[in-house]
Design a protein around this ligand. Structure first.
Ligand code: ADP
Length: 488
């Protein structure tokens, strides 16, 4: 990464833009001024030409008058501003010239002399013995007794050149000064604008796992920086939440694994004890095997949850009929219920297919049935039913078991959460069953609802979009949605 400060960059661009703007404006102003003065010089030249022409007009009315005599105002112009006049014959010979020209005649613009019909012609600027001049050549009216055919008037451009040089000098002094001032102002402005960012950087650098609850001081103004700070704070909020979940999850997993590991260790010690009988050894190994199986199931469930959540293992979604899944789970449910003295019944409909993964959907239905049987005492009933409701399939598991306290209802889908009934229960699992159910419903864009009354029983209902419906808006297979299902 290039190490260049934003402040430097802002100042640099600010000064560059300022310099270019000033330069363009300076040159433009200078050019406009020059054009105006230049146009007024052209005007003066034309006026001077008219003066000469009118003098010839006067001569016309007085045939005896001496043309361009000593008293001619044309040939004796006022000394300032310098104006040079010259009268030429039709062949381009100099007949008269103003006194201020001395011995140096005005240059002759032969192109202007070619055609009288062209009228007045202003020649390109030129120099007369070092002095910059602009010259106009014009035809004179004919009159008796003279072969004067052309007039020439030139004006000095000395003042114009001086004004131009002064302007250029002013520009050369003002421009660097203005750039310098704008650079200093830009540096100051950039510092002022970026100062709050330094505060954000300092706070962000301070935040570690231990103080994830710290936040960047919000701004009162809803500007870009204010929005950036809010966005960062929201990000920190999410990070903190995730971090706490991960920490709690690690603690829960360690806790869950500690008990079976302690049991396995204890049983192994019993089996290895000196003098242990073959029966004792066998019993110890059986217990250890049991615990190992429990641990393996726990790890399997955890892995499934993690993969579903992170979307690492994309579920294989196809059009999946639910009836065969319900039938399979019914068989398993019947066996579980029979072993416990619970009555089990199942109702299904044929034409309910969803867009999903059969293995995951089987797991979902089984977990609900397994729980229903687990938390229903002998003599109770468990009912599994599949139905269609508009554009959704409804899978519901109803039991007449111990029910769930209202206070617990919001927590039963959390990982490792086990209700009081489960903790006192010998068959209680690890508290991952419903977390998996919720996650599976979620990746199928489904929702889950639970209604329950302590002592009377519970009903868990999963609603999934039917395949025909899901076909229109299939759950995105590359994205595992994290939307929470409705849990009431
Ligand atoms: P567990 O492995 O403890 O069954 P679950 O995630 O499957 O974990 O369920 C979480 C808690 O929800 C259970 O400990 C129990 O308190 C409660 N629960 C789930 N299903 C039922 C049910 N059908 N009847 C009563 N309580 C239930």
């Amino acid at each position: 990464m290039k190490s260049r400060s934003l402040r430097f960059e802002l100042t640099f661009w600010y000064s560059t833009v300022m310099a270019v703007t000033l330069l363009v404006m300076g040159v433009a102003v200078e050019q406009v001024a020059y054009n105006r003065i230049s146009a007024s010089i052209d005007n003066s030249l034309r006026q001077a030409a008219f003066t000469v022409i009118s003098e010839v007009g006067v001569l016309r009315s007085k045939p005896d008058a001496e043309p361009f005599g000593e008293n001619s105002t044309v040939l004796n112009p006022p000394p300032w501003p310098p104006r040079y006049v010259q009268i030429l014959s039709s062949s381009g010979e100099v007949l008269y010239r103003s006194a201020n020209l001395g011995q140096y005649p005005l240059p002759i613009d032969s192109a202007a002399l070619r055609d009288r019909g062209r009228g007045m012609v202003i020649s390109p600027d030129m120099r007369l013995h070092g002095e910059p001049i602009r010259m106009i050549t014009f035809p004179l009216p004919e009159y008796n007794g003279s072969d004067a055919a052309w007039g020439q008037v030139a004006l000095s451009l000395h003042d114009l050149d001086r004004a131009r040089k002064k302007n250029q000098l002013a520009l050369a002094i003002i421009l660097p000064a203005a750039i310098g001032i704008s650079a200093v102002a830009g540096w100051w402005l950039a510092r002022r604008a970026l100062r709050p960012i330094d505060g954000v950087i300092r706070t962000a650098q301070r935040i570690r796992a231990a103080n994830l609850n710290e936040r960047i001081a919000p701004r009162d103004v809803d500007d870009e920086l204010g929005r950036l700070i809010n966005t960062l704070n929201e990000l920190l909020e999410r990070l903190e939440l995730n971090f706490r979940q991960v920490s709690r999850f690690s603690a829960d997993v360690s806790h869950e694994l500690r008990t079976p590991l302690t049991i396995i260790q204890g049983e192994a010690e019993v089996a290895l004890r000196e003098g242990a009988t073959r029966e004792e050894m066998q019993l110890a190994l059986e217990v250890a095997l049991d615990e190992a199986q429990r641990m393996s199931k726990l790890v399997k469930n955890l892995l499934m949850l993690a993969r579903l959540e992170t979307g690492q293992e994309r579920p294989h979604f196809v059009e999946t009929p639910l009836a065969p899944i319900v039938e399979d789970v019914s068989e398993e449910g019947l066996a579980l219920a029979r072993a416990k003295g619970v009555t089990f019944s199942a109702h299904t409909v044929e034409n309910a297919s969803v867009w999903g993964d059969a293995v995951l959907l089987h797991q979902l239905a089984f977990n609900l049935v397994d729980n229903a049987v687990k938390y229903t005492p002998a003599g109770g009933t468990v009912e599994l039913s599949l139905s269609r409701n508009g554009s959704s399939a409804r899978l519901s598991v109803k039991d007449t078991g111990v029910g769930i306290d209202e206070a617990e209802l919001g927590k039963i889908f959390d990982r490792f959460y086990r209700g009081d009934s489960a903790r006192n229960h010998t068959e209680g699992g690890s508290g991952l069953g419903l977390a998996l159910v919720a996650q599976i419903a979620d990746v199928h864009k489904g929702t889950i609802q639970v209604t329950s009354k302590p002592g009377e029983g519970s009903v868990f209902t999963v609603t999934l979009p039917l395949a025909s419906q899901a076909g229109k808006a299939r759950p995105d297979m590359t994205e595992v949605s994290m939307t929470e299902g409705i849990r009431s």
